[in-house]
Design a protein around this ligand. Structure first.
Ligand SMILES: NC(=O)c1ccc[n+]([C@@H]2O[C@H](COP(=O)([O-])OP(=O)(O)OC[C@H]3O[C@@H](n4cnc5c(N)ncnc54)[C@H](OP(=O)(O)O)[C@@H]3O)[C@@H](O)[C@H]2O)c1
Length: 334
């Protein structure tokens, strides 16, 4: 494969548009085709971003010049769409949450492995400079032995029952859209989850409006996280140890700086600027891994994706949140 990575985008919604912008800012990357459920959808997208249009997802994954497909549909379609691309021999970068549950995730990973194709969850925060800087500070011992991660992620979302976030059939709810971010960073820093407790407020459409979860990690540390579609929270993440703490400042998932506070209360700031709109780092990482012939990225492995999905399943079991995909009779594919 040439060094240039040729991308196809599957779906034409909000994040698909953001990612098309990302590809313009990513070295050695080119958007070559976009697939939509409708010809009109693909054409509208292509007018803005200049890609070849495919009037179905099947047509997109059949494009011989597409190296990797970015799956940008609602959660409930991720497994089906990722497997469509993998079955057509394409590498896949799949939006978060990777699938609706661990069972779906296992099937997608198994297909990628059996086909020898690169597959990655688009957990872009894994590749952000702020997380790399945070890991370095922790590894240097500056804040001592890490014991606790606290994080929140909330905003006042649309209350329209037709909005993706409120539609149970599309996988709506705060946990899968927002809670997954603190969960992912907590696991990246503290390791796999051993035990957890969760509570939620369930809204009129049957999805979680606010969810809180406390996790005990295998290394002995703890994380406390909450997410909400009804509360404008500070969106901060703090990692605390015996000698001090590090805070990823407001909008922690795209932090431009960290604040390190020592035991005597003194602080220092660490700048963590990111490229473009932030997604550039995951696009570079996926492209490099693909060109290197890897099947998974070492910073976002299949095992971590599967572990994350199992943790989300356990939180949902505790808060009583089920989706159609959890029902063996209706789960895709039948
Ligand atoms: N990484 C991030 O920061 C980030 C941010 C936002 C969202 N996301 C993730 O990206 C995914 C998409 O979110 P979004 O906000 O872009 O959603 P969106 O604006 O609603 O767009 C979703 C697109 O998926 C396609 N689609 C296929 N089946 C659909 C269905 N039954 N109903 C509606 N659309 C359907 C549509 O494209 P066509 O009609 O052209 O086929 C639609 O435009 C979600 O899984 C979300 O978690 C990630």
């Amino acid at each position: 494969m040439a060094h240039l990575v040729r991308w196809g985008i599957l779906g034409t919604g909000g994040i698909a548009r953001a990612f098309a912008q990302t590809l313009r800012q990513t070295p050695d990357a080119r958007l070559v085709a976009v697939g939509s459920r409708t010809a009109a959808g693909a054409e509208a997208f292509a007018r803005d971003f200049g890609a070849r249009t495919c009037a179905s997802y099947a047509a997109l994954v059949a494009c011989p010049d597409v190296d990797i497909v970015y799956v940008a549909t609602p959660h409930a379609m991720h497994a089906e769409n990722a497997m469509l691309a993998l079955a057509a021999g394409k590498a896949v970068l799949c939006e978060k949450p990777f699938t609706m549950n661990a069972r779906e995730a296992e099937r997608v990973v198994a297909l990628a492995r059996s086909r020898g194709l690169f597959l990655m969850e688009a957990m872009w925060t894994r590749f952000m400079p702020a997380l790399a800087a945070l890991r370095r500070i922790v590894a240097n011992g500056e804040i001592g032995d890490v014991a606790l991660v606290q994080a929140d992620f909330g905003f006042a979302a649309s209350v329209d029952p037709e909005h993706r976030l409120n539609k149970r059939e599309l996988g709506g709810g705060a946990l899968l859209d927002l809670g997954i971010y603190p969960l992912s960073i907590a696991c990246a820093l503290l390791g796999p989850v051993q035990k957890l407790r969760a509570q939620a407020v369930i809204g009129p459409t049957g999805i979680d409006l606010s969810t809180g979860f406390t996790m005990l990690h295998r290394g002995g540390a703890m994380s406390v996280s909450n997410c909400s579609l009804r509360a404008r929270t500070p969106c901060e993440l703090t990692v605390s140890g015996s000698l001090g703490n590090v805070r990823m400042e407001r909008m922690f998932h795209m932090a431009q700086s960290l604040t390190v506070t020592a035991a005597d209360g003194s602080t220092r700031s660490v700048a963590t600027p990111f490229l473009g709109n932030g997604y550039v780092h995951e696009a570079i990482a996926a492209g490099e891994a693909l060109c290197a012939g890897l099947l998974e990225h070492p910073l976002m492995t299949h095992e971590e994706t599967l572990a994350g999905m199992r943790t989300l399943d356990e939180i949902r079991a505790q808060i009583g949140l089920r989706y159609a995909a959890d029902d063996a009779a209706t789960a895709w594919p039948a």
